[in-house]
Design a protein around this ligand. Structure first.
Ligand SMILES: Nc1ncnc2c1ncn2[C@@H]1O[C@H](COP(=O)(O)OP(=O)(O)O)[C@@H](O)[C@H]1O
Ligand SMILES: [Mg+2]
Length: 487
């Protein structure tokens, strides 16, 4: 890849990046969220074709117009997002698009036999006739991996393939990758798990903010040096959210306590104490189980083991309604779920007080007046209560989602990715709102995959890693590098 640039609208995902792969190497590619890793790989795999720069395979200039073209040139990719078909069988998923046929008829017996053989080389004892959707996510991910690993591709790109895998599964995958390397195949391994990258790769490339920072032999890196290349520490780019002064106070009353929560899948033995007047941050990479954890705390997931205590008393949250009734508010990562996009802004704000004040007795004019106070307070733009919520930008919708809870203080407020995808101004507003809720005594939980968000908001931090509490930071200085390291 020579001088590759790619922009989406105004966003420069890649700027003048050179990148090369050698025959028979495992190449680790790392960088923070949004660094441009997936974009570069999608260009190589023929997903994106409009880009600046040049691509050569074995010295020959190539132009792919589709993933099919890339596949024909021997390049296969496992995408970050699972692309399995849940309603098909495991065997059909393994052979998606390339089913073995005889005289135009799919040879089911052969397909099952070969699928079983392939899967067993990854150490998987899965029934090829099982419905894909019935498998746990980790297994689905391995089945998808096996599809590309055994497709015969000479260049195999794995974009964050281990996020849902357990350590033994990762080791089995690594064995398979090493065998492929011996056959002269080339593998790109993208991962946030730096220990994994350092273990499996021959060379490592670091991307930051659309640029390539460095490519070198793995032997020349340490975990610390990889992290500092990733975050640009030491350069002039120090900015907000690089570190935080934690002020966790164990004397504050515990409002919600999670004891050894376990959903049998993504959340393993997680304990957590949320205190009044404190913001607890939960940090971890994508797929670390934080989404599932937040749902357990809000009565949305099935709890296999463990216990929740509210003000010291055991509670069972059988539904989100039960959680809300107990005083637990939840603003999910997909905030559209909790809002009524076609309803006017003022209705979205007053909805939180519907339980308390019968809407019939609340005059529309009064309802609007309340909303207008908040809109001014929160600097919601445009400052109008009468337009449909769906017409506001994401950041402003998030403010409306939070505004509801200003009207009616919850005991516990759970926020998943509260500032994701927002511009700086909206981010600052949201940060201000969340802190003011904390200062009014709410026990706040912020779950995020963005270190800046955690460092800006949290009074104390719990780091999750593959569903397990990896580390807790309570007080003192916390650097971004410590967070990444723990995760
Ligand atoms: N399809 C897209 N449309 C608009 N912006 C995109 C798209 N894909 C990626 N981006 C943006 O490009 C940048 C790089 O993204 P990506 O390549 O996915 O990073 P990484 O894989 O390193 O996390 C980010 O700012 C992201 O928001
Ligand atoms: Mg990516």
């Amino acid at each position: 890849m020579i001088g590759v640039s790619k922009a989406f609208g105004g966003v420069h995902a890649l700027r003048d990046v050179d990148f090369d792969l050698r025959r028979g190497e495992i190449h680790g590619l790392v960088g923070e969220n949004g660094a441009g890793k997936s974009t570069m790989m999608k260009i190589i795999a023929g997903v994106y074709h409009g880009f600046e720069g040049e691509m050569r395979v074995n010295g020959e200039r190539v132009e792919f117009r589709s993933p099919r073209d890339a596949l024909a040139a021997g390049i296969g990719m496992v995408h970050q997002e699972l692309s399995i078909v849940p309603d098909l069988t495991v065997a059909e998923n393994v052979f998606l698009g390339v089913q073995p046929t005889a005289a135009g008829v799919v040879n089911w017996a052969r397909m099952k036999r070969e699928a079983r053989k392939q899967l067993s080389t990854l150490g998987l004892e899965v029934d090829p006739a099982a419905r894909m959707g019935s498998l746990p996510v980790g297994l689905q991910q391995l089945v998808e991996l096996s599809r590309v690993l055994f497709s015969g591709a000479r260049i195999i790109i794995l974009d964050e393939p281990t996020s849902a895998l357990s350590p033994p599964e990762v080791q089995r995958l690594f064995q398979a990758l090493r065998r492929l390397r011996e056959q002269g195949r080339t593998i790109v391994f993208i991962s946030h798990f730096l220990d994994d990258v350092l273990e499996i790769s021959d060379r490592i490339t670091v991307f930051r903010n659309g640029h390539k920072v460095i490519t070198d032999d793995t032997a020349n890196f340490t975990k610390d040096s990889v992290i500092s290349h990733m975050i640009g520490r030491g350069s002039a780019e120090m900015h907000m959210g690089e570190s935080a002064e934690l002020v966790g106070d164990d004397s504050k009353p515990v409002v919600l306590e999670a004891r050894a929560l376990d959903d049998g899948l993504m959340v393993k033995d997680v304990s957590l104490k949320l205190r009044a007047g404190e913001i607890t941050g939960v940090y971890g990479f994508m797929g670390c189980g934080q989404v599932e954890l937040s749902r357990l705390l809000f009565g949305k997931g099935a709890l296999r083991r463990g216990q929740l205590l509210l003000n010291g008393k055991p509670v069972r949250l059988r539904s989100t309604a039960a959680a809300r009734k107990a005083g637990i508010a939840y603003v999910p990562e997909n905030r559209g779920m909790m809002l009524f996009r076609t309803e006017q802004v003022f209705k979205n704000i007053s909805i939180a007080i519907l339980d308390k004040i019968n809407r019939l007795f609340l005059k529309p004019r009064r309802e609007r007046e309340i909303a207008e106070i908040h809109i001014k307070d929160l600097q919601i733009r445009p400052p109008r209560t009468d337009i449909a919520l769906g017409n506001l930008s994401g950041g402003n919708q998030q403010k409306v989602a939070l505004a509801k809870w200003l009207t009616h203080l919850p005991k516990v407020l759970i926020l998943s990715e509260p500032t994701r995808g927002m511009d700086v101004g909206a981010k600052e507003d949201v940060i201000r709102i969340v802190k003011s809720l904390r200062d009014r005594g709410v026990a706040v939980l912020v779950l995020s995959t963005e270190p800046e968000t955690i460092l800006t908001l949290a009074d104390r931090v719990t780091v999750l890693r593959r569903g397990v509490v990896a580390k807790e930071f309570t007080s003192g200085r916390l650097e971004k590098a410590d967070l990444l390291d723990a995760a």
